[in-house]
Design a protein around this ligand. Structure first.
Ligand code: SF4
Ligand code: SF4
Length: 168
């Protein structure tokens, strides 16, 4: 028994064949441009690091000396990952000022951010009246445990971390 192959099917067959060859050549041309180094896509990390855009939002830093414990950042946070505690200054104690001249009337006793929950939206930094809460450019803060992602900004090592980041 013999079949008559419709003209359209032959056309479709060769059309698909041509498309397959054409798209493979185009795809391989893009691949080989990277393979031959015409266009580089990788860097020798960690010796070489990407320069992040100026407004990139990485790990948060609170310059606690300029924090007035107003809790506006915690209220703005959509995932409630900022934990603040403060107490009244002792009677008659000297009222300190932040670097932008605001009075510090409360004693900050806890400022913790759970960066495992943080979505880096930046809302907390936007509302901060003393601009002490900022995003750093540090993206290298992997931890072995989820609990390790909670950063205590009153701890001395956080200050040391910030100084290291600012210098580099
Ligand atoms: S960046 Fe967004 S999610 Fe992260 S602590 Fe600030 S407000 Fe919360
Ligand atoms: S908004 Fe700024 S000043 Fe107010 S508690 Fe948060 S970090 Fe401190």
């Amino acid at each position: 028994m013999s079949y008559v192959v419709p003209h359209n099917s032959v056309k479709q067959y060769f059309g698909a064949l041509f498309d397959a060859v054409r798209t493979t050549v185009v795809g391989m041309w893009i691949t080989f441009r990277y393979v031959w180094g015409v266009k580089t896509v990788s860097i020798e990390y960690p010796e070489v690091r990407e320069v992040l855009p100026e407004r990139a939002r990485m790990r948060l830093f609170n310059d606690a000396q300029n924090c007035i414990s107003c809790t506006q950042c915690a209220m703005a946070c959509p995932v409630d990952c900022i934990y603040i505690a403060s107490e009244k200054m002792p009677e008659g104690s000297e009222v300190k000022k932040t670097s932008n001249g605001q009075s510090i009337r409360l004693n900050l006793t806890q400022f913790v951010i759970d960066t495992a929950l943080c979505c880096y939206c930046g809302l907390c930094t936007t509302v901060c009246p003393t601009e002490c809460l900022t995003h750093s450019h540090d993206y290298e803060f992997a931890q072995y445990t989820v609990d390790g992602m909670k950063y205590d900004y009153l701890a001395p090592d956080v200050r040391a971390w910030r100084d290291r980041i600012v210098k580099t």
